[in-house]
Design a protein. Structure first.
Length: 59
């Protein structure tokens, strides 16, 4: 039965992918998206910032 669920295109939950770093990743994402929504930066800047912060987190 689970095969049908996963074969239908199910994806892993973010917490499964990020593991113990879930809270940090979530905070980074939320903060940068909020900056876009409030006009503090544009989408390109947010993506670059998220990438940079996640790279630092991985080290």
């Amino acid at each position: 039965q689970l095969y049908d669920v996963f074969a239908g295109g199910a994806v892993a939950r973010p917490s499964t992918v990020t593991g113990e770093a879930y809270n940090e990743v979530s905070t980074i994402y939320f903060t940068e998206v909020n900056k876009v929504l409030t006009g503090q930066q544009d989408g390109q800047q947010a993506v670059e910032s998220i990438e940079s912060q996640l790279q630092s987190l991985l080290q």
